[in-house]
Design a protein around this ligand. Structure first.
Ligand SMILES: [Fe+2]
Length: 220
């Protein structure tokens, strides 16, 4: 029987051959230099956008990300006239007891993560149907879990592993129960076309826009 796997959540998973020691030193240097931000992380440290950093091994990583996001773009048959561009990129360092709650990367096209350390505690993706699945494919129906019938899919971090996914795909990072730090570099892309790169809102602009919306809501 032939099954059509309709409406996919496509992941690109690929091993890079980068100098991990040099990249970890770079990430620790970034942590020394700035306080970081708190977005989806519960504990741990997340850097500001470091897109313009010029460390040589980090520059190689940015090039690999560019190649991989272009290949993903072509594989999904997105417009040839449009081009994936790195929008922002940041370091995550999760120590023991740290995690990232379930989230998506709004206002981006593709997102990804590159791992600098191995870990037993995975990144977990959530099937878009999970919110309503209690009414349909209950666990007692499922024999062998696979990428079509599962609500969640986990991938343990491995050094040099690059994962690219659609920015709308919900994911979380499981609690790190190890004493060793879990180090990764995550990123988002935007798409540029003949008209140039669309401007995404900065977090501040987004917060201001939301404040305006809430003011209108509270007036009513
Ligand atoms: Fe994320």
């Amino acid at each position: 029987m032939h099954i059509v796997d309709l409406f996919a959540s496509p992941l690109h998973i690929h091993n890079l051959g980068l100098d991990i020691k040099s990249l970890i030193e770079f990430c620790r240097e970034m942590r020394k230099q700035n306080q970081g931000v708190e977005i989806s992380n519960i504990g741990g440290w997340q850097s500001r956008d470091i897109k313009n950093e010029s460390h040589s091994e980090f520059a190689k990583l940015k090039l690999e990300i560019q190649k991989a996001t272009h290949a993903y773009h072509r594989a999904l048959q997105f417009k040839e006239s449009a081009k994936q561009e790195l929008d922002n990129i940041w370091v995550n360092i999760n120590g023991v007891g740290h995690s990232n709650e379930l989230h998506v990367h709004t206002q981006s096209v593709l997102s990804g993560v590159f791992y600098l350390t191995d870990s037993k505690f995975p990144i977990t993706f959530q099937h878009p149907f999970e919110d309503i699945n209690n009414y349909f494919w209950k666990s007692e129906v499922i024999g062998n879990c696979n990428t079509i019938n599962s609500c969640f899919w986990s991938i343990p971090p491995k050094r040099n592993l690059l994962i690219i996914f659609p920015s709308w795909l919900k994911h979380k990072v499981e609690l790190n129960k190890d004493e060793t730090e879990r180090v990764s570099i995550a990123f988002n892309t935007q798409v540029a076309n003949e008209q140039g790169k669309p401007k995404s809102l900065t977090q501040k602009q987004f917060n201001n826009a939301m404040d305006e919306v809430m003011k209108e809501v509270n007036k009513k």
